[in-house]
Design a protein. Structure first.
Length: 236
């Protein structure tokens, strides 16, 4: 398993990069109180998995476990991102996670089964979503529409191994990381409906700036701004 370079190795190649890594990221960003270390780990792993960046995965799988992300939750994050970033990226992440699980003595008894009792379905909201998608895209890609309803929203999203808020956090992070801004309004609203606060959502962007890059975050910020503004208007 390839491990990321040490701070000393970074310094031997790019002293400024090592400085920013140590002082700005590790001693600064990760200690900001607006988001818990657990949430920062979920956001960061979502970026790494969704972009297939395996070099830092060992470090961040270990850190996530240390920050309170349960093995079952890591398993569900990988499964969830198979749908939102592709099977190959999830497969690569599973290979790294297997080695970390072995290292930590994590076995199948700590992981969710394939067949589980699902969370209750919000029937009205799901019917509205399914109807809108079918009207817009049913004639374009009926197979995609069918799997979106049957597998994604009426199965994956209802698996209890990852709280709905955390699934939304994973999804929104992956969308920003991959520059998929068109999907952000729906999933950011869903995240906030599931309990993510505006302050937390704002800080997610700050975390993502370092791990997904400034351009992706600046592309996402107008979308976040619009969602925040519309929700504030509705709350008045």
């Amino acid at each position: 398993m390839q491990e990321p370079p040490s701070l000393a190795e970074l310094k031997s190649v790019a002293p400024a990069f090592e400085h920013y890594t140590t002082h700005t990221v590790l001693d600064g960003l990760w200690k900001r109180p607006q988001l818990t270390p657990r949430d920062r780990s979920i956001v960061t792993l979502s970026v790494l998995i969704s972009r297939g960046q395996t070099i830092e995965m060992p470090l961040h799988f270990r850190l996530a476990l240390d920050n309170g992300v349960k093995p079952a939750e890591l398993s569900e994050i990988i499964t969830h991102l198979a749908f939102y970033s592709g099977w190959a990226n999830a497969t690569a992440a599973a290979g790294v996670a297997k080695r970390i699980f072995d290292e930590r003595g994590i076995d199948a008894n700590q992981l969710p089964l394939a067949d589980v009792d699902l969370l209750p379905l919000n029937q009205a909201a799901e019917e509205q979503r399914a109807r809108m998608v079918d009207e817009n895209f049913g004639a374009i890609a009926p197979g995609v529409v069918q799997y979106t309803t049957d597998v994604l929203f009426r199965d994956v999203w209802l698996r209890p191994g990852l709280a709905p808020r955390d699934r939304s956090l994973v999804t929104a992070s992956a969308l920003v990381a991959n520059g998929q801004v068109a999907q952000i309004p729906y999933h950011l609203n869903r995240a906030m409906d599931n309990g993510l606060t505006q302050e937390e959502a704002s800080e997610v962007l700050t975390q993502l700036a370092f791990y997904a890059g400034w351009p992706n975050v600046f592309s996402a910020m107008p979308v976040f701004k619009e969602v925040f503004s519309k929700r504030a208007s509705l709350a008045r």
